[in-house]
Design a protein around this ligand. Structure first.
Ligand SMILES: N[C@@H](CCC(=O)N[C@@H](CS)C(=O)NCC(=O)O)C(=O)O
Length: 206
């Protein structure tokens, strides 16, 4: 199995964390940003978006990070990361899509503004507005986590991987945030896992 993508990408991190939780063997190939690769004809024939990650598993070539997480969980984590009961699985899928369509959309301008934009070029009022939106999004997850250890309940499931990288960034970037005790407990629980530390918490935010 091959995973294309630089280790500093949140979308790659999700996939690496999932693959390592499942104990899978894979080769990771640096691609994206300073590594290039993504504009080559060969890469674009696998992933026409020119984005990372891309997974190659035998004859299957897959892009979209959350779909890759679902695929790996279904193939190797049936009954654990990927529950077999439909309504349980649908609940988890909802949080995975929420991460892409709500959480990530609100947080991306915060990350890019504070991390990938030089201070002299920053639009602080745009960053401040995005911080408010990001906190509002995280408060939705905070409320959901009441009485739960993980997004799906007692145990780690595929629903936890997508938001894992941004939770680390959310708690470590320099902006004021309210107390979000349930989210912080989830982050602490994630940090206890070697595969999360290896692929997310120990990677400098850049
Ligand atoms: N929805 C896609 C988004 C992929 C994406 O935008 N990846 C970013 C990195 S997080 C990327 O490829 N950026 C350009 C680059 O690294 O060259 C997914 O979840 O896989």
């Amino acid at each position: 199995m091959k995973i294309y993508g630089r280790v500093t990408s949140s979308n790659v991190m999700k996939v690496l964390w999932a693959a390592d939780e499942l104990g899978l063997d894979y080769d990771r190939i640096d691609a994206g940003m300073n590594f290039g690769v993504v504009d080559s004809e060969e890469y674009r024939s696998m992933n026409p978006n020119g984005r990372v990650p891309t997974l190659v598993d035998g004859d299957l070539v897959l892009w979209e990070s959350n779909v890759i997480v679902r695929y790996l969980a279904a193939k190797h984590g049936k009954g654990t990361l990927w529950p077999e009961e439909l309504s349980t699985r649908a609940d988890l899928e909802r949080w995975m899509d929420w991460q892409q369509t709500v959480q990530n959309i609100t947080f991306t301008p915060v990350f890019w503004g504070l991390v990938r934009t030089p201070p002299s070029d920053r639009d602080q009022s745009a960053i401040d507005a995005a911080v408010i939106q990001s906190i509002a999004a995280m408060q939705i997850l905070e409320a959901h986590l009441q009485g739960k250890n993980w997004i799906g309940g007692d145990k780690l499931t595929m629903a936890d991987f997508p938001v894992g990288p941004n939770i680390h960034r959310f708690f470590n970037l320099p902006f004021d945030r309210p107390d979000l005790p349930n989210l912080k407990k989830l982050y602490d629980r994630m940090c206890e896992r070697p595969a999360y530390n290896k692929n997310i918490a120990s990677i400098p935010i850049s």
